[in-house]
Design a protein around this ligand. Structure first.
Ligand SMILES: NC(=O)c1ccc[n+]([C@@H]2O[C@H](COP(=O)([O-])OP(=O)(O)OC[C@H]3O[C@@H](n4cnc5c(N)ncnc54)[C@H](O)[C@@H]3O)[C@@H](O)[C@H]2O)c1
Ligand SMILES: O=c1ccn([C@@H]2O[C@H](COP(=O)(O)OP(=O)(O)O[C@H]3O[C@H](CO)[C@@H](O)[C@H](O)[C@H]3O)[C@@H](O)[C@H]2O)c(=O)[nH]1
Length: 479
């Protein structure tokens, strides 16, 4: 059996590496139009892979060259494949009908047309990308109408991916579930069984869920919407905590011990980020609007609106604390990635917070252990929703003079009026805050957007501390 995956990104790379690792008898080839990305996946020992993910290098090294290959020869490999995974970008549309909400399926459709044009044998085509419900129907039409050989059959399956970045290898090794949706026809069920047999190499049967196509497509959007909704919910409570003297971590713990609620995904934060949550909820909103479910659309839209409110609220807290002016003040930004243990900055809340602070005239000095200077400048210069378009990446962006990127947290904080924590990197917990305090302007502020620092100790040192959803420092209380 030969498996080919179109798209060598955050999903295609790790998922295919895991399949190859666990199924030595299956040949797995990951193809991409981005030659630089393919070259990076093919780097020999000692060089960095195109994405940072704990444990990924070991899995890739064990399988690469044995039964795992990365190539830009998309046509050749797709023509030879039995199962074709499609794991290309499905960004939010930036223009035209549905701009700012609907999923842009340009890359998906392009991949489908290519599959159809090169296929001389029947294939199982697997939706790995997150797509709107009913996409399989459209893709099937594209495949059938564009394949010259009438004997070639395409069977479409939905197999959405649930891995989270930073824990991708763990999530792939021991998944909560693998979801496969297929047509309820004989050939659909046969195709489903073939894909199931791949996962059965390492995933127990009871964790492989089989549904119809539309349920699988919709389950992915719903899972992300529900997860993000928990964060927005706890973030609304963080605002109420600040107004009442309650502590959001105590509230989260108290409610999380109820087994019906559960403890996960209740960390108040400066806002959720990442390439999926906002995009997928906006997509869900658009679908609901399209079928006339306005109230349902409004409900899910509010999850994104609260996330925007939380980021804006954080910026306003900083400005207000610093005597209503941050113009010309140096603010250290510790952390830029959308969460720890990844170098990914897609939709990171740091982008909106940094833009909010520079709009008010602040000078930012940014440090993140895994994000490059070029990436930060590009992110802060790229308009919303434009980042997820392969053609627009790599273009040089103008650099703002208000932004400096450094390679050391101490350097970032030196001479600063305030420090903001925007990513929960473990190394920030271990910083010598006495040394940092001595090097800062006074009063020295800390704005902890992730609630990871020891706030009592910081106050002892002399800092004015703002922590999300915590009783307010007397210094910060109005009046
Ligand atoms: N990042 C995640 O954690 C995650 C998790 C689950 C699902 N998803 C979904 O998976 C999909 C891919 O996400 P990602 O994060 O891997 O994106 P990505 O941008 O990292 O990777 C997509 C890759 O597809 C390539 N590509 C685009 N069109 C192509 C074509 N026609 N032929 C060959 N290659 C092509 C791009 O060059 C890019 O390298 C999206 O739909 C996303 O919503 C992402
Ligand atoms: O209690 C929490 C948990 C998370 N976050 C933030 O939420 C965002 C997303 O975090 P996470 O879900 O851990 O990372 P992702 O890699 O974006 O993974 C999500 O999005 C993927 C893409 O669809 C899905 O596959 C995963 O199941 C889903 O968790 C990050 O900014 C986190 O800091 C919080 O603010 N509070």
């Amino acid at each position: 059996m030969k498996i080919v995956c179109i798209g060598a990104g955050y999903v295609g790379g790790p998922t295919m590496a895991m399949i190859a690792y666990k199924c030595p008898e299956i040949q797995v080839v990951v193809v991409d139009i981005n030659q630089a990305r393919i070259d990076a996946w093919n780097q020999l020992d000692g060089c960095e892979l195109p994405i940072y993910e704990p444990g990924l290098e070991e899995v890739v090294q064990a399988a690469r060259g044995r039964n795992l290959f990365f190539s830009s020869d998309t046509h050749k490999h797709v023509a030879e494949g039995d199962i074709i995974f499609v794991s290309v970008n499905t960004p939010t549309k930036t223009r035209g009908v549905g701009a700012g909400k609907a999923a842009d399926l340009t890359y998906w459709e392009g991949a489908a047309r290519m599959i159809a044009s090169v296929s001389t044998t029947s294939k199982i085509v697997v939706e790995k990308s997150t797509v709107p419900v009913k996409t399989a129907e459209a893709i099937e039409k594209v495949l059938r109408r564009n394949c010259a050989d009438p004997n070639v059959q395409f069977e479409i399956l939905s197999n959405p991916e649930f891995l989270a970045e930073g824990t991708a290898i763990e999530d792939l090794t021991v998944p909560d579930r693998v979801l496969i949706g297929g047509k309820e026809t004989e050939s659909g069920q046969r195709a489903l069984a073939v894909l199931k047999s791949v996962y059965q190499h390492w995933v127990p049967d009871e964790r492989i869920l089989c549904t119809n196509l539309w349920s699988a497509e919709l389950s992915k959007l719903t899972a992300n919407a529900m997860l993000a909704q928990r964060i927005s919910s706890v973030n609304t409570i963080s605002a109420l905590c600040e107004a009442t003297g309650a502590d959001v971590q105590q509230v989260a713990h108290s409610i999380g011990t109820d087994s019906r609620i559960g403890p996960k995904f209740l960390n108040a934060s400066v806002g959720f980020g990442g390439s999926c949550f906002q995009k997928d909820i906006l997509n869900l909103v658009y679908i609901c609007e399209g079928v006339g479910l306005k109230q349902v659309a409004d409900y899910w839209q509010s999850v994104v609106s609260i996330n925007d409110y939380q980021k804006q609220r954080f910026v306003e807290r900083i400005i207000e604390a610093m005597f209503n002016t941050i113009s010309g003040k140096k603010i250290a930004v510790l952390g830029f990635a959308f969460k720890k243990d990844t170098g990914d900055t897609r939709e990171t809340p740091a982008i909106d917070v940094c833009k909010g602070l520079t709009q008010d005239g602040a000078k930012l000095v940014i440090y993140d252990p895994k994000v490059t200077e070029a990436q930060i400048h590009q992110d802060l210069a790229t308009p919303k929703f434009e980042w997820d378009h392969p053609q627009s990446s790599g273009t040089k962006s103008p650099r703002s003079s208000a932004i400096t990127v450094v390679e050391d947290a101490y350097e970032a904080c030196e001479g600063a009026h305030g420090i903001t924590i925007l990513t929960e990197w473990d190394e920030f917990k271990k910083l010598d805050f006495e040394k940092i305090y001595a090097s800062m302007m006074k009063p020295a502020f800390v704005f902890d957007g992730r609630n990871i620092l020891d706030h009592a100790k910081l106050r002892e040192i002399g800092y004015i501390v703002y922590a999300l959803g915590k009783p307010l420092d007397p210094f910060l209380k109005r009046g």
